[in-house]
Write a protein that binds this ligand. Sequence first.
Ligand code: PLP
Length: 486
Amino acid sequence: MDSSQFREAGHAAIEDIAQYYDTLAERPVLPSIVPGYLRPQLPDSVPEEGEEWSKIQSDIERVIVPGLTHWQSPKFMAFYPCNSSFPAMLGEMYSASFNAAAFNWICSPVVTELETIVMDWVAKLLNLPDCYLSHGEGGGIIQGTASEVVLTSLVAARERIIRRRLKDVPEGEERMDKAAEMRGKLVALASEHVHSSTQKAAVIAGTRFRTVPAPKEHNFSVTTAALRQTIEECKVKGIEPYYFTATLGSTATCAVDDLAGIAELAKEYPDIWIHVDAAYAGSALICPEYQHLCPPLAAFDSFNFNMHKWLLVNFDCSAFFIKKRKDLIDTYSITPSFLRNEFSESGMVIDYRDWQIPLGRRFRSLKVWFVLRTYGVKGLRDFIRGHIKLGEYFHTLLTSRADLFTVVTAPAFGLTTFHVNALSASASTLSSSPANKPNPAHEAYLNDFTNSAEAQFREDATQVTKQVYEKVNSQGEFFLTSTVVG
Ligand code: PLP
């Protein structure tokens, strides 16, 4: 394909994409294909002769679109959102066209410099404490996913505590033995409702993992007392906590751990790296009404949120802020001769390869820059507040049908969790119950609970809720996902 063919193909592709978005709301959100649908529709091997773009493009609608779950559909109600926007798509397009593996500043200075600037913009937009801006000892870096961020910070935490404990032991075999022995005794901690990425990172890092209880009576949040107790229990067993993921918006219920209390506790345990995972909810911090959550972050080591979840930047884009970039560089800076250059050695530039696990990196800041400039602070806040309002409206719909639904957790950011009531829910009641009429028999039943009746009710409610969402999903028009808590 040469540049004039590209021009023609590019126009056709953009036309196709615009058309896809224009018709998205009318498409069923879930595909109606069966596993393995694709193989019979494609040749067995690479075509011998190259094909025309028009033929390739026609396969998008023929074989690709039928296998898509439409995440951008307004009827997609599953997991968390994974927003997209046209300016971010343009950013991806330019990024692909400048195509570079820009690991060091010299590899393409603008890739580093724009990223530093837009991450500072983002830190200010969220009103993060000053320590996360690049002018001091900290700064921001874009990584692919929250899971990568958790792994990156957890491994850096593991190495930081080893460096601290073994600071007087010279490099060599004996030190490596001692470090290996220490790693087996280290334990990463997180809420019982933390996203699975912390446990996965602990497995990769070869350390242990323990959960901190966060029961329903504390709204599924980790309290200072629960965290302290888990830390102390670990110590009694001879294992050393070195990392804690505090969650700002848990996956199941959007619970927020007691950040202010944990910030106080952190002073007693300076060797525990505290990372705040705000993968979804972090985007709401652009609105002043959520920024009371920000001051405690100054007491922690790192923070991340996914701009690809809720801030209109196309996947992938996890914004990772670190208080002391030295903590990453001390772990990740390994410099063979082929990576050396005068700019890196001058100390005047950032080499982001030293803040992350891979070497190469994409030009992701371009799409962030395009989105921030296109929407502006006002446009982005309107977008977030619009979603929060929809979530609140959804909550009023649920409570207006208390005969059918029980709210488990009140609206938190955009999320309300609920279950279908065991007594009243069935396909027939769902379609026949008059609106706004609580069922008195059901309320009496609820008031009468013994503990075992409550356990049975919960079990029944779980089952009937599952039947309802499976039925909704089987119709293909909407897509819901579920969770089990408490
Ligand atoms: N953390 C939280 C709180 C999440 O809700 C999720 C995904 O839903 C993740 C981490 C993982 O995100 P990623 O896919 O970016 O690794």
